[in-house]
Design a protein around this ligand. Structure first.
Ligand SMILES: Cc1cc2nc3c(=O)[nH]c(=O)nc-3n(C[C@H](O)[C@H](O)[C@H](O)COP(=O)(O)OP(=O)(O)OC[C@H]3O[C@@H](n4cnc5c(N)ncnc54)[C@H](O)[C@@H]3O)c2cc1C
Length: 448
């Protein structure tokens, strides 16, 4: 007999869990399904374990930068011990999540879900029928379509390495490549990034990315832009990565090749056609309420919905919207204004709101302050020469349009700009704030 529920949720990540919990609290019967151990990408294979590693790499880097400035004697990263520390965060999650679902009366299914009808799913031969179905299946590394791509390690593999290989190639140049390369280089690996675009981190301000480039170079990371992976060949326990560049092909030797070339939802396994769930150009066709336009029983949230940027706070925001629409009818639309994003390089780079390019394209009159601020106290005290910002303010209203930061505390200070933009504050409002001194935030007044 089929398990019958008010809501069946595909996934157990942030989007799935936050929706399931809210809807269950309102008295609905709910099931969640995942083929991975419960918990989702962020806490098990993404943000959290990555930040544990980046935190250690950043501590080591600070010690090294402070040599001769009061710190004496080098130190190093003990990779197995760091991994053991990382596991104190990740290992308990699946069991805790499992228990929490059970305590709330949410039924958990392990296995891959696929649609068998407009309101039905199948998981490991078990049938599930639900009034509503939420697709919160997240994203997977995209297929590169090159020979030997089966040799690529995923983010999950990298974040679970028992030992760190000596030579690592990262295929791709987005935030995963940037962050993993900074960690691996500080841990002693020889790192090469193969990026087909003409610069790294294309979602961040190009000028600030140029300033950050010095930190890749000083960490000894070999960044090859305008280059693309053509094939990966296995030679015993090593790999030869064939790289095409203007004017020829190179081969880079590696002990590990990591996929860092972007992520997209994997809808193939879901058999969306059987569920009457329309897809267009790789995206679910959704209305403003995150509901499928072809099957109103189905909603989507988080990375699977692809409506906002693929970030954890967006998954959590989508979940609140979907839960409210399920419980109260379609009244709530997601609001993706001012979602801050950070790449946890050393130092971090961050952005929120409009880019300079976007503001110019929209023809919005704005004033802009940009500066490389290596000589400011914040940078000198941290012995971190990479420090700079670009802030855009609308001429007519004095409101903040966008902020772009690189350097110490950029990952925290960006949140204050996000708050200001989301709540339509003017630059003057921020300038008048008394921020604790000396902190990253106390520089804000000088950035405006
Ligand atoms: C290495 C890395 C670092 C990141 N760092 C950050 C960061 O610093 N900050 C940030 O905001 N975001 C970061 N992200 C992005 C963030 O992790 C995602 O945006 C977020 O986790 C998406 O949550 P979700 O609930 O939409 O999906 P997920 O958490 O991905 O959950 C989807 C779940 O669905 C399951 N699933 C998929 N298909 C099926 C199926 N057919 N049947 C059953 N189950 C299925 C999957 O196993 C998965 O567990 C990072 C991502 C990666 C990969």
């Amino acid at each position: 007999m089929a398990g019958r529920y008010d809501l069946a949720v595909i996934g157990t990540g942030v989007a799935a869990t936050a929706t399931a919990t809210r809807v269950r609290a309102a008295g609905w019967s709910v099931a969640v399904i995942d083929y991975h151990p419960f918990g989702g990408t962020c806490v098990l294979r993404g943000c959290d374990p990555k930040k544990v590693l980046a935190g250690a790499a950043s501590a080591l880097d600070r010690v090294r930068r402070m040599q001769g400035k009061g710190i004496a004697g080098d130190t190093h990263i003990d990779w197995p011990a760091l991994m053991a520390f990382k596991r104190t965060f990740t290992d308990p999650v699946p069991e805790q999540r499992e228990r929490s679902f059970a305590e709330q009366g949410i039924t958990g299914y392990h296995g891959r879900a696929r649609f068998t009808g407009r309101n039905t799913l199948e998981v490991n031969g078990e049938a599930i029928e639900a009034r509503h179905i939420l697709i919160a299946c997240g994203a997977e590394p995209v297929k590169l379509g090159v020979p030997g791509e089966e040799y690529l390690a995923t983010n999950e593999d990298f974040l679970a390495l028992a030992a760190l290989p000596r030579r690592i190639v990262l295929a791709g140049g987005g935030y995963i490549a940037a962050e993993f390369s900074h960690v691996a280089a500080r841990c002693g690996a020889q790192v090469t990034i193969i990026q087909h675009g003409d610069r790294m981190l294309t979602r961040f301000d190009p000028e600030l990315v140029d300033w950050l480039d010095a930190s890749f170079r000083s960490a000894g990371i070999d960044v090859r832009t305008g280059a693309s992976v053509q094939a990966i060949e296995k030679n015993g326990s090593a790999y030869a990565v064939q790289v095409a560049r203007e004017g020829g092909t190179d081969s880079v030797e590696a002990d590990l090749v990591v996929h860092a070339a972007g992520r997209k939802p994997d809808f193939d396994a879901l058999d969306l056609e059987a569920g009457g769930v329309a897809v267009e150009k790789g995206r679910l066709r959704l209305n403003d309420y995150l509901q499928s336009t072809s099957n109103p029983a189905v909603y989507a949230a988080g990375d699977a919905a692809q409506m906002g940027p693929p970030l954890t706070p967006v998954s959590s925001h989508d979940a609140k919207v979907v839960a409210a629409n399920l419980l109260e009818g379609n009244h709530h639309r997601p609001d993706y204004r001012a979602v801050p994003s950070v790449a946890f390089t050393i130092p971090p780079i961050a952005a929120v709101g409009m880019s300079e390019h976007e503001a110019r394209n929209k023809g919005i009159p704005f004033r802009m302050k940009r500066q490389k601020a290596s000589n400011w106290f914040t940078a000198r005290q941290a012995a971190q020469p990479v420090y700079g910002f670009k802030v855009l303010v609308e001429e007519s209203s004095g409101k903040l349009l966008g902020a772009h930061l690189v350097g110490p505390h950029a990952d925290e200070v960006i949140n204050l700009f996000a708050l200001a933009i989301r709540h339509d504050l003017r630059a003057e409002d921020l300038k008048e704030m008394m921020f604790a001194y000396p902190t990253g935030a106390s520089d804000i007044g000088y950035m405006l």
